[in-house]
Design a protein. Structure first.
Length: 200
């Protein structure tokens, strides 16, 4: 009898562990990309300048700057976020990378709107200034604060850009009163337009 109880207790414990590793609300299949594709926004400038300052980068062509923001959602209820910022001026080259990983939950809010909630678990800040790089782990208060967010989302296509699929997001913590049933509650400047290549 003791052996039966022992075996049952192991089976119950194993079942509980397997249930806790499954995401409560899985990532919608339409938002999952392959390992090399991210939902992306890019504002990196195509206009640059020739560096006339003396030094190793003399007479080299540099981009004026910009940023790249990337999101990737995984089947196991996890996300990866990347932010790259480039700011180049004469004699000074600055690059900053932020990389964050954690869990993501997709659900609906009290108004029935589609949202996803990120909970950052770990990440790295990396800065390169004139070729010198430093990096550090993102502090817990940053992970819990600015990198754990709630977003309203919608996937769509635009007739004037058939080559891309778009993921529109709004930061609900910055704009908590947004209501899709009331267009006046939405400012277009709040909407981030991530995209991936459309499948042929």
């Amino acid at each position: 009898m003791k052996k039966i109880f022992f075996v049952l207790s192991i089976l119950v414990a194993a079942s509980a562990c397997s249930q806790t590793t499954r995401p409560v609300n899985p990532v919608p299949a339409e938002l999952i990309t392959n390992d090399s594709t991210y939902w992306m926004i890019s504002t990196v400038s195509t206009v640059g300048y020739v560096n006339t300052s003396s030094g190793p980068n003399y007479n080299s062509y540099k981009s004026g700057g910009g940023m790249i923001v990337k999101f990737r959602f995984k089947e196991n209820g996890r996300f990866e976020f990347l932010l790259y910022v480039q700011a180049n001026t004469y004699g000074v080259d600055n690059e900053a990378w932020t990389q964050v990983e954690g869990t993501v939950e997709f659900k609906k809010d009290a108004k029935g709107q589609q949202i996803f909630v990120t909970k950052a678990e770990k990440g790295t800040y990396r800065v390169t200034r004139n070729g010198s790089t430093s990096s550090r782990a993102i502090p817990k208060n940053d992970l819990d604060g600015q990198h754990s967010c709630t977003f309203l989302w919608e996937k769509t296509k635009f007739a004037d850009d058939p080559n891309h699929i778009y993921l529109l997001t709004v930061d609900m913590e910055q704009h908590p009163d947004i209501d899709l049933s009331n267009p006046k509650s939405i400012d277009p400047s709040w909407v981030s337009k991530f995209h991936i290549p459309a499948k042929n």
